[in-house]
Each structure stands twice: as C-alpha cells, then as structure tokens.
Design a protein around this ligand. Structure first.
Ligand SMILES: CC(C)(COP(=O)(O)OP(=O)(O)OC[C@H]1O[C@@H](n2cnc3c(N)ncnc32)[C@H](O)[C@@H]1OP(=O)(O)O)[C@@H](O)C(=O)NCCC(=O)NCCS
Length: 181
C-alpha cells in the first residue's frame, strides 16, 4: 500500500452518506459536478453495479472515496471510475493512489482487465496521479463538462502484458497470467 497514512478500506454504508457528500463538496469546491449529490450517492449505494470504497484513517475519519461502475455487459471488461474524491486535509498523502489501487485489485479479482476514467483536461493533480499510475490518454471530448471544459478519457490495462489495440486475450489466459506472473 502506497499511502503515507495508515488506512483501512471498506465498502461505503448508508450511514456514511453525509460524510461522503461533505468530502465530495470540499474536494471539488467550486467545480461541483453533481447538483443532486446526496440522492445520487444514495441511489448509487443501492445499485449492484456500483461500488463505493472508502478510505478510513486509524481514528475512523473518512479521508476519501472512490465510486466505480462494474458491469461486464455494458462495459465489456472495463471498470469505470465514476468519482474519486479526497478530503482536502488528506490530499497529497497517497489516499487517491491507494483508492485506485483498491479499484485495480477489485477489478482483477472480478476478472475485469481494464480501468477507465474521465478527467477534466485542466485537472493537473488528478492527471498527474493517473499518469503516474500508468493510465493512458485514449481521447478527448470537447465540452464534456457543464462549464464547457473538455474531458479526457483515460484507460489502464491491468494485465502484465499490454496487448496491441483490438487484440483481446482470452479470460482463462489472463487468469493464468495473474497467477504465474
Ligand atoms: C485528485 C485527487 C483524488 C488525488 O488524491 P490525493 O490523495 O491528493 O493524491 P495522492 O497523494 O494519492 O497522489 C498524488 C499524486 O498526484 C500527482 N500530483 C499531485 N499534485 C500534483 C500536481 N500539482 N501536478 C501534477 N501531479 C500532481 C503526483 O503523481 C502525486 O504522486 P506523488 O505524491 O507520488 O508524487 C485529490 O487531489 C482530489 O480529491 N482532488 C479534487 C477532486 C478531484 O479532482 N478528483 C478527481 C476527479 S477525476
């Protein structure tokens, strides 16, 4: 685990909702993406394809959370990171990186081979984190965000061997590789 803090990770529970809303609002400050955030997070908790993982400090403070969409039918073999937020007091201490590592671990465990995400073009901190974790830019969508900022689509292939574009290793081969490599 890469965080400088001692963190525990667990699935979010309904009782966490007010804290998650606070963490999100503080993290995004002016650039608040979701207007109906409490409802959105509440619905997400009941959706079986969505998982919210929280990072908790030793004194049980929620330092950050990540929301992921797991749906092999609609997203092939990709897990999508829908939200990632770290409370300002805990930023820059490896929490975001550790949360993404949890996502990668869960993806592999569930036989998903790719993690995707969308990020604001100008979000240097988040893009620095994703770059350093091996995410690659796949494309850009102009005016993706409500305020007109472009969105950048990023992707990380999780298997030890990154196959050429358009080539997909069979699942059983990937499973064997994750055991032996
Ligand atoms: C983006 C965010 C999730 C990162 O979480 P974090 O816990 O602060 O990040 P970490 O400490 O795990 O990782 C920091 C890494 O980001 C990168 N980074 C940090 N600040 C950076 C900057 N100003 N420019 C470029 N890269 C930067 C570095 O790679 C750094 O790794 P290092 O410490 O090993 O050098 C957090 O800052 C946040 O919640 N921001 C507001 C909400 C947001 O933008 N969410 C992402 C939406 S896509």
């Amino acid at each position: 685990m890469s965080s400088k803090l001692s963190l525990a990770f667990r699935k979010a529970a309904s009782r966490d909702l007010p804290v998650l809303v606070q963490v999100y609002e503080d993290a995004f400050a002016e650039k608040n993406e979701a207007t109906n955030l409490p409802q959105y997070l509440g619905w997400s908790m009941d959706d079986r394809d969505i998982r919210i993982i929280v990072a908790e400090t030793e004194d049980k403070k929620i330092a950050g959370f990540v929301m992921t969409e797991f749906n092999s039918a609609t997203m092939r073999n990709a897990v999508n990171v829908a939200q990632l937020a770290v409370a300002p007091a805990f930023q820059g201490q490896g929490v975001g990186r550790a949360l993404l590592e949890q996502v990668e671990e869960a993806a592999l465990k569930n036989e998903f081979d790719t993690v995707t995400l969308q990020v604001r073009k100008g979000n240097a901190t988040a893009r620095g984190l994703y770059d350093s974790m091996g995410f690659r830019v796949m494309g850009e969508e102009r005016k993706y965000y409500r305020d007109g900022e472009s969105g950048v689509e990023m992707k990380k292939y999780l298997s030890p061997i990154d196959p050429p574009k358009g080539f997909h290793l069979p699942r059983f081969v990937k499973r064997m590789m994750s055991i032996y490599v």
